[in-house]
Design a protein around this ligand. Structure first.
Ligand SMILES: *Cc1c(COP(=O)(O)O)cnc(C)c1O
Length: 399
């Protein structure tokens, strides 16, 4: 595949108001109009390039949105105050009371909780299926279904979705395929493979410095405009708008994403290979032993590798906790949720970021107690980190 997402970001050229190399930050919540007529037209959604009120749109948010649209190969994008803000606005825009969603069963805990616990208030039902089983996906589509939802690389099990195949299925039933690509920015470009709407939590790899919360919906102009519609738009009316100052800081970090992702991927592959060689139960899509390895390879922009996430099953929650505490004490990473930081972050998924999923369902989907999710950092000396991690595992008799 010849798609070059980082080039597309770099090829954009924005100058600041005084010739600055960065675009000026729009430090205003509201905007003046030269004529009352233009204000009226803007309310009606007819005036491109005019700003009304910053919950609707702002120059800083547009700059970041355009860069993310360039990365994801969609017509445009709306940035939001969080990944959940992007996900919930998208769902509410696509679904009415009585509608139905087909979703992958292994998704981010917050998304799962929203679909399972919150949407029933609006009589919106969800079927959770194994999205790697296309038959299961097709069989759960009903006349009321309004969208198919999955993550490119699922959280925390790292299952790989076949986006092209899911997109073909979605098109057969005239449904939009909505893909959360938070775990694999640059590595996989779902829109090139047929996804209609691509969502990210910017909080993770894209911002990369664990100092901001943000999200984005990358989609067609029509869909993004509908989200911003002053009368009907879920983005506009639910109010999950990103602040301009944050939009500006995230845009600056986005420009180094390609370098960071390559290093995250290189380090994760090194650790995964060495953990596997040592006989540990490691899951990483870059390993040929991973059931989705070929599927990932077929879909990837190869220069970015298989991403920074891997999981390690150490047998029990007690062992997992002991290991994580020891690794933190040795300064090999932090016991923290989230991902995409310069430092390795680890957490036991079942009791943290996926705790919204009932234990029984966790078992069913293969999420065991002793599973640690690692977001591998951009350590300069990964062989040293690897040796020290293995030392910890030897001390705890995991190895
Ligand atoms: C973190 C995360 C989200 C939610 O994003 P926030 O920015 O925390 O709201 C959604 N999907 C995935 C895959 C995530 O990792």
């Amino acid at each position: 595949m010849k798609f070059k997402p980082a080039n597309n970001i770099q090829d954009l050229q924005y100058f600041g108001e005084f010739g600055g190399v960065n675009p000026s930050i729009s430090d205003s919540s509201t905007y003046t109009f030269l004529s009352a007529k233009t204000m009226f037209d803007t309310f009606e959604g007819n005036t491109e390039g005019c700003y009304l009120y910053s919950r609707h749109s702002s120059p800083s948010n547009l700059y970041l949105g355009e860069a993310l649209a360039a990365m994801e190969n969609t017509e445009t994008a709306n940035v939001t105050a969080s990944g959940m803000g992007a996900i919930t606005a998208t769902i509410f825009q696509l679904c009415n009371a009585g509608d139905h969603i087909v979703s992958s069963r292994t998704i981010y805990g917050g998304t799962y909780a929203f679909m399972k616990n919150f949407l029933p208030k609006f009589n919106i039902k969800c079927s959770f299926v194994d999205s790697t089983d296309l038959n299961a996906v097709e069989q759960s589509i009903t006349k009321k279904t309004k969208m198919i939802y999955c993550e490119t690389l699922s959280n925390p099990l790292l299952e790989v979705s076949d986006i092209a195949a899911l997109s073909k299925l979605a098109k057969k039933y005239d449904l939009p395929l909505v893909v959360d690509n938070t775990f694999s920015p640059l590595s996989i470009t779902p829109a090139v493979l047929g996804a209609d709407i691509v969502i990210h939590s910017l909080t993770k790899f894209i911002n990369g410095s664990s100092d901001a919360v943000g999200g984005v919906v990358c989609a067609s102009k029509d869909f993004c405009l509908s989200l911003k519609d002053v009368n009907q738009g879920a983005g506009m009316l639910l109010g999950s708008t990103l602040d301009s100052i944050r939009a500006s800081s995230i845009l600056k970090n986005l420009r180094t994403l390609h370098i960071r992702i390559k290093k995250h991927s290189e380090n994760a592959l090194y650790l995964a290979e060495n953990f596997e060689k040592a006989g540990l139960k490691v899951v990483y899509p870059g390993l040929p032993s991973h059931p989705g390895h070929e599927k990932f390879k077929k879909q990837m922009n190869s220069e970015y590798g298989f991403g920074g996430l891997l999981t390690l099953d150490v047998g029990s929650l007690e062992k997992a906790n002991e290991l994580m505490e020891m690794m933190q004490k040795e300064n090999l990473g932090y016991l923290a949720v989230s991902l995409g930081f310069y430092k390795t972050l680890f957490s036991a998924s079942g009791s943290s970021t996926s705790s919204e999923i009932p234990e029984e369902e966790q078992r069913e989907m293969g999420l065991s107690d002793g599973l640690i999710r690692f977001s591998i950092g951009i350590d300069n000396d990964i062989n040293r980190t690897c040796e020290l991690m293995m030392d910890c595992m030897k001390k705890l008799e995991i190895l």
